[in-house]
Design a protein around this ligand. Structure first.
Ligand code: PHB
Length: 393
């Protein structure tokens, strides 16, 4: 065989074998971006909450160089307007029109229930970064449904124990009439009455109403030892201001789930001073993890973070835990789910794990407002596990 022929054969062989390799390299370099569907409220009483969640989520992605599990992240956004009647259409748009790989949403419990139904039916991965609807990690629990936040039962239950220990006996509750309000009050009542207290009146108004006057008059006439409440966002700002303006703050102590005073203190001003609430985050944790998070968040957005920012950040951490276990391959559903389920999330709130039903097992802090901060004054409940009633998985 002459030299020229030998060389030609050798290069032909090399070309044959290297072609698929070159192709494979090109394919992996151009791995499609991972589409994250953000379904959040960007208008209405919860608009600030939706923005904080998105900011937190993006911060974690940015800290990972824009990639999770080796895949670049692309966002598709929908404003859900905290409107449950539009939930199914909105979530279907993200799944069918935009072909998102994962759903992240939302704030409002009623909308989240609509999302969870579609996620369950389609098998799309859903991470809930706020809405506490008990059923999402209760009867609707599923391998592909996770929550980075809390169940409505959790802060309510923790506060019931605290208020009973304070020796309070007669309490009036006031909230919006929808899942989050009803379930916060139910959680509160469960522990408060178990410890000897009595809920003497349950007041409510439709979401997102802020006509509190008649209800405040009723509270004044009932003269309870204290009031327990769930309000959040713009509604919480107005409620705290109206409660003080009605002269009730001096006579009937106001307690709540911590959403009452989270992300709201600038607007509430002195009217929020001294209020005690229970929540899985606070402004003064002063741990190296939280300090680093708060600094990075403030640098990126020129804003102080709140519980919603933390929940968004942790939703991204949960997705990252799943994606890195499957090296970005979303088709490995069981492996991805197991990795999220078994992850220990290094959250700014403190490390947490997930229950079998995929809700955080976490400390609930007792906080008091002081100088525009929710300061930790104790632990209301250590490692509180949602009972996940109705979850069969
Ligand atoms: C809810 O609807 O589940 C909800 C909304 C706002 C909060 C907390 C819970 O701050």
């Amino acid at each position: 065989m002459n030299l020229l022929r030998t060389t030609l054969i050798a290069s032909a062989i090399a070309a044959t074998f290297s072609a698929p390799l070159a192709l494979a390299q090109t394919t992996s370099a151009a791995a499609p971006k991972l589409k994250v569907g953000l379904m959040l409220p960007y208008t209405g009483t919860f608009a600030a909450l939706g923005n904080a969640i998105e900011n937190g989520f993006r911060l974690h992605v940015a800290e990972q160089g824009g990639k999770l599990g080796g895949r670049e992240i692309e966002f598709v956004k929908v404003d859900d307007e905290s409107d449950p009647s539009k939930a199914t259409d909105n979530v279907n748009k993200l799944i069918k029109r935009d072909n998102v790989d994962v759903l992240v949403g939302t704030v409002h419990s009623g909308v989240a229930m609509g999302m969870a139904k579609v996620a369950k039916d389609t098998g799309t991965l859903l991470i809930v970064p706020n809405a506490g609807a008990d059923i999402v990690t209760g009867a609707m629990c599923a391998p592909n449904i996770f929550r980075s936040s809390f169940s409505n039962w959790q802060p309510g239950y923790a506060m019931g124990e605290v208020m009973a220990k304070k020796g309070l006996k007669k309490v009036v509750t006031i909230t919006w009439k929808y899942a989050a309000g009803d379930e916060s009050v139910k959680g509160f009542k469960e522990s408060f009455e178990k410890s000897g207290g009595k809920v003497v009146k349950e007041l409510s108004l439709p979401f997102p109403g802020v006509e509190f006057q008649a209800l405040l008059t009723e509270i004044a006439a009932t003269k309870p030892d204290a009031v327990f409440t769930f309000f959040a966002g713009g509604g919480a700002v107005k409620f705290v201001k109206d409660y003080a303006a009605a002269g009730l703050k001096k006579t009937i102590p106001l307690y709540g789930s911590g959403f009452l005073t989270d992300g709201t203190l600038e607007a509430q001003g002195a009217d929020a001073d001294g209020l005690m609430t229970a929540l899985h985050y606070a402004d003064s944790l002063n741990t190296p993890r939280d300090n680093a998070f708060r600094l990075a968040y403030a640098k990126a957005y020129k804003l102080q973070p709140d519980v919603y920012a933390v929940q968004g950040y942790d939703a991204a951490q949960m997705l990252a835990a799943g994606l890195s276990a499957v090296k970005g391959d979303m088709s490995k559903k069981a492996e991805l789910s197991a990795a999220i389920e078994n992850a220990k999330i290094n959250s700014p709130r403190g490390p947490f794990t997930l229950s079998k039903a995929h809700n955080p097992v976490q400390d609930i802090y007792l906080r008091q407002v002081s100088g525009k901060e929710n300061k930790v004054i104790g632990i209301a409940s250590k490692g509180l596990v949602d009972p996940a009633r109705g979850c069969k998985s």
